[in-house]
Design a protein. Structure first.
Length: 503
């Protein structure tokens, strides 16, 4: 008995909705991601590849000649004898379809106003430091009359500074490291004397051992006045209230009226908590020149404005010769041969590509503008006082919702761009941080908590470093009630070893 098996094949249809990304969208996405100097390189490459794209001279007007173009359609038979009738018709149809948009697509050939041609957003070109942090401080060393030992100690201290320009190491540890690694036996008192010399370097605050000392050094350089005395008193006697911005408490303690308090607090906000940031790169890093994409300006009244750094981005336009050629071909459309049509098709493709590139550059500019505007609005207080504790929780989604941009677009803008501020030059990613919600529902910035944790560790007794439980209690006392495991996580992210390794 044999069995017969039959295979039943079924064909089903499914309706799926998907998004097809156009070539223009891909171009826009790629340009948005580029920092300003890489954009200049990309523009140069595009102009080399596309003769229809060129730099406009100052004062050039938008090209309107192409508005005279009419739709082109022709069915005349101009093929040579080597083609069959079918081939001729197919080739002619493709040419006519490609050329039929001339007159509609090209009515307003766009001109991108960039570089120095912009009047409302023109700015000075700003470039990164061409000498390193280390070299700049060494230049100031050369102005001092120092012994060889003092010179070696000074170099080691400079090499021990962190990104902020502060010395986070205990001087006893510095003394031990000098003895072990450099065979320099020097007492702590001598190291402290050399450190005092380093703290006289520019910018003010360099070489401080804590944020408090950093601010005190800056205040000490001001001309003697009642205002300077008050600033010193605030930072010395009311530092905790100052870091928490308890201005009312400070005003009451100093018996100041509102006008006096306002002047005092404005001057305190001008102090720079990160003096090293203004010197560019730090020792141990390969020298890298950074050109900021945004120049942020903070006025004394708290007003924050910004401009885009166009750098050497030129003003772009579609070549007039290409536009003239298209117009000339259009006026003689009744006498065009197939070869002439193909030449016209080539010109049209290049003009379309040039228009698309100009539009993509304009979209990049608009995207960067709205993104930076949203960041400043969300982190306004940081741009006013430069205090990292002022950075509120902010993620990419917050900026995307405020701007209406796609999340991936905000990510592209933020990944490789820098902003020059009154307090230093920062990558845009610096302004983003997760939030921590307390039991009371208060949302705190993880960056703010980390900054307080760093200050606590810096101020601890190095002979008896604090455990994670003790750090937890101290953070809670300062208004940051987080769990011990969260303390441990933040400590590790800051690169701070456990207590027994900090002795």
């Amino acid at each position: 008995m044999s069995e017969r098996y039959s295979t039943i094949q079924e064909q089903t249809q499914q309706l799926k909705q998907g998004q097809i990304i156009s070539r223009q969208q891909l171009l826009q996405a790629s340009l948005v991601e580029l920092p300003v100097m890489q954009l200049v390189d990309r523009i140069n490459i595009e102009m080399n590849d596309n003769p229809a794209l060129e730099v406009a001279a100052p004062g050039d007007e938008d090209y309107q000649d192409s508005a005279d173009f009419q739709d082109y359609s022709d069915t005349s038979d101009t093929a040579d004898d080597f083609e069959t009738s079918s081939e001729r018709e197919e080739r002619q149809s493709a040419l006519d379809e490609a050329l039929s948009g001339i007159g509609r697509d090209d009515e307003d050939l766009p001109v991108y106003q960039g570089g120095s041609a912009m009047t409302e957003e023109r700015e000075e070109m700003v470039f990164g430091q061409t000498t390193s942090f280390y070299d700049q401080l060494k230049e100031q060393m050369g102005e001092l009359d120092m012994t060889d030992e003092e010179h070696d100690v000074m170099e080691y201290l400079i090499g021990s500074l962190d990104d902020d320009g502060l010395l986070r190491k205990d001087l006893e540890m510095v003394s031990e490291e000098l003895a072990i690694y450099h065979n320099i036996d020097v007492p702590v008192s001598e190291i402290e004397r050399v450190l005092t010399l380093l703290q006289s370097f520019d910018p003010a605050g360099i070489g401080a051992r804590s944020l408090q000392e950093c601010l005190q050094l800056q205040i000490a350089r001001r001309d003697p006045s009642r205002l300077r005395d008050l600033m010193q008193q605030v930072v010395s006697d009311y530092f905790e209230a100052f870091t928490k911005k308890h201005w009312d408490k400070i005003q009451s303690s100093l018996s100041l009226n509102d006008a006096q308090a306002e002047v005092l607090f404005q001057e305190l906000r001008k102090l720079n908590p990160r003096p090293g940031a203004s010197l560019g790169e730090t020792v141990g890093r390969s020298m890298q020149q950074i050109t900021p994409d945004f120049i942020v300006d903070t006025q004394d009244d708290g007003t924050v404005t910004f401009t885009l750094n166009n750098g050497e981005v030129p003003e772009l336009k579609v070549s007039q010769s290409f536009a003239d050629s298209m117009k000339e071909y259009q006026q003689n459309k009744d006498h065009l041969s197939r070869q002439t049509k193909e030449a016209l098709l080539y010109i049209k493709k290049k003009v379309d590509a040039a228009q698309g590139f100009i539009e993509a550059v304009k979209v990049r500019r608009k995207t960067l503008t709205v993104t930076m505007r949203a960041i400043i609005q969300l982190q306004h207080q940081f741009f006013v006082d430069g205090d990292e504790a002022s950075l509120r929780p902010m993620i990419l989604k917050d900026v995307a919702e405020k701007t209406g941009l796609d999340l991936s677009t905000v990510s592209r803008v933020s990944n490789s761009k820098y902003a020059q501020t009154r307090w230093g030059t920062f990558p845009l990613r610096h302004f983003f941080s997760d939030g921590y919600v307390t039991e009371n529902g208060e949302e705190l910035s993880t960056r703010q908590i980390k900054a307080v944790l760093r200050d606590i560790v810096d101020a601890e007794d190095k002979k008896h470093p604090l455990s994670d439980d003790q750090l937890k209690e101290m953070l809670s006392a300062k208004g940051y009630p987080i769990a011990r495991r969260t303390v441990a996580k933040y400590r590790e992210q800051l690169g701070i070893p456990i207590a027994r390794l900090r002795k």
